[in-house]
Structure formats: C-alpha cells, structure tokens
Write a protein that binds this ligand. Structure first.
Ligand code: SF4
Length: 222
C-alpha cells in the first residue's frame, strides 16, 4: 500500500502557501548558492579557497586598512577562521600585515600587487548570467530592492556598514531630477543613473546617521 510520507503535510501547496517572505528568502538562498559556486570556481583558478578569495575582494581598493575583527565581521566568519585565512594569504604573498594606525599592537591587513592579480582571474559568472536573463527594467528593480534590504539590515546593526551610495556622504539623490542620470556623486562631481548605484564603492565614506536618514528619504521620494 502506498503510504503518504510524514513530511507531506508541511509541504507548500497553492492552497497552503508559505509566506512570500519565506519564499523570497529561499530564492535568495539559491542565488547565494550560485554565488558560492562562482566563488569556488574563481578561487580554484587562483589556488585559493572562497574565504581567502572573499578576503582579497574585501581588501581591494580600500583606503582604510582592515583588521582581523573587521574582516571576520564583513565576510561572516569567525575570527579564528579569518586569522587562519589571512595567515595563508600572507604566506602566499597576497597580503601583508601592517601595524594598526590607532593601536600599534593591532595589525591591519593590506592587499599586495600579487593579491590584486589573483582577483583578476577569469571564471565564475553563473550569477551574472542569471542577472543577464532579466529585462533592463527588471535588473534595475532588483538592484533597488537589494539596496533597500541591505540598508535595512545595516541600519538595524545586523550587518557591518556597507559601501553603498545610499549611505555615502557624497551621494545627492535626484539632484538632477527628471534627467536620465538623476543622481550626483560629489566625490567625482558627476551625474549618474539608477543602474549605476553602487553596492560596494571603494570611494564610499559613511554619512552620519542624520544625513543618512535625510538622504534615504530624498531617495525614496524621488
Ligand atoms: S563615492 Fe561611491 S558610494 Fe559615494 S556617491 Fe560616489 S559612487 Fe556612490
């Protein structure tokens, strides 16, 4: 006799859908898995593991050097894991340790030229291909939705500060309202459009909380 599996009652059906929050999170988890596959592919080409590759990416183009604690928080690993990974990268000559600026006993980790070259290996483009399957407007809407979610988590202090336009002191949302490129970046003194909003900009400087709130309000109103 055919027996119904015990788990069937928990399954989602059109009559008993799980919440959209849950299903979107599931979708994002699938894309995160694709991103991890991409990271493995790219890291393998450089003889590294994804954590080591993530550290190199994080350090790339940063004006302010990061310590082990910052690195661990940014890439979501424990401090011992970050320490081991940095040690391996140092042995390969891809990063160097420098004394901390504020506290000489602390160390800051800096990318070397070889570390930068390792980042430029080809491969790992499944995620970008998936985004490429969207229409232009869909891509823009997705970018805006992601920015909104990331900002929300940052303002809740659930994740470290991210280098996004919407939290940057140089960002002037809709300074050129009505034009194809409505926003303005005071750092480079140039206008840019929604599609060019940055999620991880090396020139980013965090605005103070009051300015961040005002900028977000102007961005939303535009
Ligand atoms: S410096 Fe970078 S993050 Fe800041 S507004 Fe300009 S492009 Fe955006």
């Amino acid at each position: 006799m055919h027996r119904t599996p015990m788990y069937i009652w928990r399954m989602e059906t059109p009559k008993t859908p799980l919440s959209i929050n849950y299903r979107i999170r599931e979708g994002l988890a699938r894309m995160a898995m694709v991103a991890r596959v991409d990271e493995w592919t790219k890291a393998k080409a450089s003889g590294l593991n994804p954590t080591q590759m993530a550290i190199l990416s994080l350090l790339e183009g940063r004006e302010t050097a990061l310590g082990i604690k910052d690195i661990a928080a940014h890439i979501g690993v424990s401090q011992p894991t970050a320490t081991d990974s940095v040690l391996s990268l140092e042995k390969k000559g891809l990063v160097v340790k420098r004394p901390g600026l504020a506290d000489k006993r602390a160390v800051s980790i800096v990318l070397t030229d070889d570390g930068l070259a390792a980042l430029n290996h080809e491969g790992g483009d499944l995620g970008e291909r998936a985004v490429g399957s969207l229409e232009v407007l869909e891509q823009e809407e997705l970018l805006l939705a992601l920015i909104k979610m990331i900002r929300h988590l940052q303002e809740e202090n659930a994740i470290p500060p991210q280098r996004m336009c919407v939290t940057c002191r140089f960002f002037r949302p809709f300074a050129h309202s009505g034009s194809e490129q409505p926003h303005h970046c005071n750092f480079v003194d140039a206008a840019f459009g929604q599609r060019a909003l940055r999620v991880d900009c090396r020139e980013h400087e965090q605005a103070d909380p009051t300015s961040r709130a005002a900028t977000w309000e102007a961005f939303q109103a535009g």
